[in-house]
Design a binder for this molecule. Structure first.
Ligand SMILES: *Cc1c(COP(=O)(O)O)cnc(C)c1O
Length: 415
């Protein structure tokens, strides 16, 4: 069946025909038949260079042979035990060793679960009720954080979700990114803030980069007000380098959430932090967290294979940044907007200068983005279908792909 037929069928059976809103490309999404390296093959027979990479997890590209072998090896031994297995402490040791802000860790199944658990833990530890997040910041699809939550929600123009209790949403306060004054003002006013959660680099709007000194300021202010600092590193973890943004910018958060890359393409999430906080998690302490699939051996073996490979080849990060830099340089000349690149993340914003926060990001010309996106697809480059989603490169993007992407950018931005 072709994409259109599949979509017609899916739309009857599944809301919007998709399993996650951002995939609902208009007029209908292409359906993927298979993917390998930096390429996706659609059921319609099109070959596309993928710059979406499943929204971040696939830093080694699709179907990496080492990851496949690790999963196959694990499959032979069974894929779900309901008991502890040796890979859990092994991977926990690797991940906590890489993150200064993580003495202990709990594995869960998605990034959403990780932020949900981290927020509950922060409330349990501090005994305070409110949380502060960044305006437009995305931390998954659960009630506490579905308040002006970027990417999918922003693109669809649904800043809040129906079904979220107003009483609960009222406990979630917002401050603009890159604005220390607002944070200081809010925390000075309220005594009841348990935690400030943010993506150190806003991966779900762009990327939007932190101003010099912003993250340091965030750390100082939260500490001064006895508010836990949660770094949501679901995207930045192992994307900016080993140890994510906390190592890259040298800031130690109290709690960290991980996901995406650490599952090697299989479902995963994790949260961790200072020992005295993490020891409150059940069964060690009173803050409940549990999951049938938590610590799943398949996800852990896939993820651990990726992280070990990244450790063995630290040059990967300079190579990836060079590739993204090349794309940015070759296509950033356009007057219709501005290119932002950090490591292997990049984005062209249809706005004269790079946005510094959500309000500025929303000034982007999304109609122009839409036309540009379609033209890129016609030239065989699949970008995330939203002005507010970051493009990702992987180690599987070779020189040929980088040149193809750059040429396509130049062509599609030049009128
Ligand atoms: C993707 C993402 C999440 C949610 O992770 P899921 O695995 O999709 O539930 C949370 N926070 C950030 C920063 C993300 O990018």
């Amino acid at each position: 069946m072709k994409s259109l037929e599949l979509y017609k069928k899916a739309k009857i059976l599944m809301p919007g025909g998709v399993s996650s809103p951002v995939r609902a490309i208009k007029p209908y999404p292409f359906f993927t038949k298979q993917a390998s390296g930096s390429h996706i093959t659609t059921v319609d027979g099109d070959d596309l260079i993928d710059c979406c990479m499943a929204y971040g997890p696939l830093i080694l590209g699709h179907a990496h042979p080492d990851v496949r072998s690790a999963v196959q090896e694990q499959l032979e031994k069974g894929w779900l035990y309901g008991t502890p297995s040796p890979i859990e402490p092994a991977f926990a040791s690797l991940l906590t060793g890489d993150h200064p802000g993580m003495d202990m860790i709990r594995f869960v199944s998605t990034g959403s679960e990780a932020t949900m658990a981290a927020i509950r833990l922060a409330r349990g530890f501090t005994g305070k009720k409110e949380i502060v997040k960044i305006e437009g910041g995305f931390h998954g699809a659960h009630d506490a954080v579905l308040v002006k939550a970027g990417s999918g929600a922003t693109t669809l123009g649904i800043p809040d979700s129906a079904g979220v209790l107003p009483d609960l949403a009222a406990k979630t306060r917002q401050v603009p990114y890159n604005d220390l004054q607002s944070l200081e003002a809010l925390l000075s006013k309220s005594e009841d803030v348990a935690a400030f959660i943010l993506e150190p680099v806003m991966g779900n709007i762009g990327p939007i980069l932190p101003d010099r000194g912003y993250l340091e300021g965030v750390r100082e202010i939260t500490k001064a007000h006895d508010v836990l600092l949660i770094f949501d590193e679901v995207i930045t973890g192992y994307r900016l380098g080993i140890g994510g943004a906390q190592v890259y910018y040298n800031i130690r958060p109290d709690l960290t959430t991980l996901g995406k890359i650490i599952g090697g393409g299989l479902p995963i999430g994790a949260f961790g932090g200072r020992k005295e906080i993490m020891e409150l998690v059940a069964p060690a302490g009173p803050v409940y967290n549990a999951g049938t699939f938590s610590g799943n051996p398949l996800s852990l073996s896939a993820g651990m294979t990726v992280i070990q490979l990244l450790h063995r080849n630290k040059k990967i990060y300079t190579d990836l940044a060079a590739k993204a830099g090349q794309v940015a340089e070759l296509s950033g000349m356009s007057r219709s907007g501005s290119m932002v690149a950090l490591g292997s993340m990049f984005k062209f914003f249809f706005r004269p200068s790079p946005p510094k926060n959500y309000t500025e990001a929303k000034e982007c010309d999304t109609t122009a983005f839409r036309k540009f996106w379609e033209r890129m697809l016609a030239l065989g480059v699949f970008l995330p279908p939203s002005q507010f989603e970051t493009n990702f490169l992987s180690t599987a993007h070779g020189q040929k792909e980088i040149e193809h992407i750059s040429t396509a950018y130049r062509q599609c931005l030049s009128g």
